[in-house]
Write a protein that binds this ligand. Sequence first.
Ligand SMILES: Nc1ncnc2c1ncn2[C@@H]1O[C@H](COP(=O)(O)OP(=O)(O)OP(=O)(O)O)[C@@H](O)[C@H]1O
Ligand SMILES: [Mg+2]
Length: 472
Amino acid sequence: MRAVSTSTGDAPTRGRVLVVDDQRNMRATTAMLLRAEGYTVHEAGGGEEALATLASQPVDVLLTDLKMEPMDGLTLLRKGLETVSQLQVIVMTAYGSIETAVEAMRLGAYDYVTKPFKDGELVHRVQKAFERSKLVSAVNLFAGEFNSRHGLSALVGRSPAMHELTNRIIRVAQSDATVLVQGESGTGKELVARAVHAQSRRNKQPFVPVNCAAISETLLESELFGHARGAFTGAVKARRGLFEEADGGTLFIDEVTETSPAFQSKLLRVLQDGEVRRVGENSAIKVDVRTVAATNRDIEQEVAEKRFRQDLFYRLNVVTLRVPPLRERLEDVPLLAEHFLERANARSIRKKRLSQSAVDHLMTYSFPGNVRELENLVEQAAALAEADELLPEDFPLRPKRLADSNGTTRVPTTTPQPSLAQVVDEAERRAIQSAVERHPEDLAMVAEELGISSTTLWRKMRRLGIRTPASS
Ligand SMILES: Nc1ncnc2c1ncn2[C@@H]1O[C@H](COP(=O)(O)OP(=O)(O)OP(=O)(O)O)[C@@H](O)[C@H]1O
Ligand SMILES: [Mg+2]
């Protein structure tokens, strides 16, 4: 950092921040914290006073509370940006008012912090806002729809990782960029894709999901691209594909890595040209679709191992949204558990509640099945528990090997235990691979040896990414 000495010999000035809060204590503490970091800090007890400061003093970052009288934070935000267009605004919001924070971001706020915040978190965000103010002379986040459906509020969690993810979603949603959502199974990738759509200008148009692993490849092709009448046996009528259905909106291509290179090159062409050709049809149809793809595999490894086309990877990966596994944000567990319990309670006459010991118990777990596993655990407990207060024994967790020698468990931080599905996958992969090596030219023989049908074999091979010497 540049060493600028001030007349008082204090730490160098890093930027000018205006702190606005009608609660004097809160304001003073925040200001003190930022001064200690070397910022020049102005304070204002309300919107009018803040606007007066903005009109008379240079300010890089405005940090404002949202709930204030008579001028609220959103109004201050709007008027502040009218006064100083390159101002970076961070709003302070109480937990549970994510809608207001989102609204603030739409109005042009740079970021938000949820109260109560940790000192380090606030300092970090102010620092980032200041860096941005140096980079950008005028940021215009006004564009776009204001009345979105706030798909973000479906995403529960206030860990720093989720906060970061929410911010990225809001930003990405402003553009039409193709998005690749990566994360382990059950982390919430589909919710993220929906939130991107809900926050985007396309939110009045359809969100169309398609799961590549759920249907055979030929079917997938005609599902996505549509087909002409008579294109294949059974195609008695022409049919629009999902790309056409999603016109104007968002197409969510789930488990995109579960497709063959041949299919991938067809998909790539559609994404490049912005037009689809129905199967058995020569003419192309223009489509205006934002694509969000998802995978729970390490896609870069899939590319390295030539199971996923690199050119398609680059095409899809314009923006990556990484959804962190639940074990890396265990602080979200209590909120998520409450959220799922509330949902279960809403469907039942008997209302259950979580005991602290149950929450503590859950927080020692590594959740190989991520949020979906927690959701299932809570639903089961709510349905089966005898008493109204849910106890640790109502949440039977899968055994973990991360127990200390004295038998007490600790919060797992490193290697997650493989889920049963992963273990089974691995065993299947090995069995199939060795059978394929024995009969490289004869898949029927492989199927017979393994005691499964050829269709099942084919499906498993595709899912597990096993190729025959002939197909590679
Ligand atoms: N942050 C969250 N807040 C609330 N619910 C969540 C959150 N994340 C996930 N869920 C819930 O957990 C379940 C799994 O989420 P989702 O289907 O989006 O996961 P996924 O990553 O797509 O999983 P898969 O890879 O297995 O398809 C869903 O019921 C979803 O509603
Ligand atoms: Mg999914």
